[in-house]
Design a protein around this ligand. Structure first.
Ligand code: NDP
Length: 233
């Protein structure tokens, strides 16, 4: 059965591939990005799937943009509810090392990676169908148990904060049977992951969609990778 899916950061990388695979399986997709007019790959997908894709503007880090988007969404949904919300947008300050971490980078990472997904989900909760799924794209770099020498403290902290806020969402939404997952996509060939990453976007997204499709309420609040393996917090 076709589903209605909302995705953030859909103009490139994993977000664009989520949109491509969801459209291919027949879902109705509301794809959001910061600058729809410049999202040429996304617009091309819309042309190839007439009536199936809506592209709306959303900067997840901006309170004003989230409020404006929430109002616009009412119109786009036209009475239907969301089956799946994919909080995909994220930011990494590549090459950041201790000694050079800035307040601006820490604040931006928290706003984009943690605060945005949490407050967007809170604002959209009334539009989620009972039994819907919220998939938060996190990273194993947010695992405190597996803290590594990789660096990028602002990213690691942003994803760790997102993990806790995801667990809070899972608790808050469980009475409605809404499953909230913290999902690590693997190390993937995107602008963020780089060309040397072992996984293609196609493989990662296919795996993530399979994990989402088979997730049960008992798994809500869990931290899983793209193959469904549990990760330590
Ligand atoms: P990319 O850097 O390739 O794409 C990031 C996306 O997020 C872009 O669409 C970007 O939009 C969007 N974005 C950034 N800031 C905002 C914002 N404030 N509001 C709305 N959109 C924004 O990353 P990936 O596709 O690789 O990553 C997707 C998710 O997966 C992220 O959450 C990332 O942390 C996570 N992840 C990725 C891994 C990898 O190896 N690739 C590994 C682990 C986790 P714009 O074009 O406007 O900048």
């Amino acid at each position: 059965m076709p589903r209605t899916v909302l995705i953030t950061g859909a103009n490139r990388g994993l977000g664009l591939e989520f949109t491509r695979q969801l459209l291919a399986r027949g879902d109705a997709v509301i794809a959001t990005c910061r600058q729809p007019a410049q999202a040429t790959a996304l617009q091309a997908l819309g042309a190839a799937h007439p009536g199936q894709l809506r592209v709306l503007a959303l900067d997840v880090a901006s309170e004003a943009a989230r409020a404006q988007f929430t109002a616009a969404l009412e119109h786009a949904l036209a009475g239907t509810a969301l089956d799946l919300l994919i909080n995909n947008a994220g930011v990494l300050h590549s090459g950041e090392r201790f000694g050079h971490v800035t307040q601006a980078a820490l604040e931006e990472s928290l706003r984009v990676n943690a605060i945005g997904p949490f407050l967007l989900t809170q604002a959209l909760a009334e539009h989620l169908r009972d039994g819907a799924t919220v998939a938060n794209l996190t990273s194993q770099l947010g695992s405190i148990a597996r803290v590594s020498r990789f660096g990028t403290p602002s990213y690691c902290a942003g994803k760790a904060a997102q993990n806790m806020l995801g667990a809070q969402l899972a608790q808050a939404l469980s009475p409605r049977g809404i499953v909230v997952l913290q999902l690590h996509p693997g190390w993937v060939q995107t602008d963020m992951g780089g060309a040397q990453a072992p996984l293609s976007v196609q493989e990662s997204v296919a795996g993530l969609l399979a994990v989402i499709a088979t997730a049960t309420p008992a798994q809500s609040g869990r931290f899983l990778d793209w193959q469904g393996q549990e990760l330590p917090w």
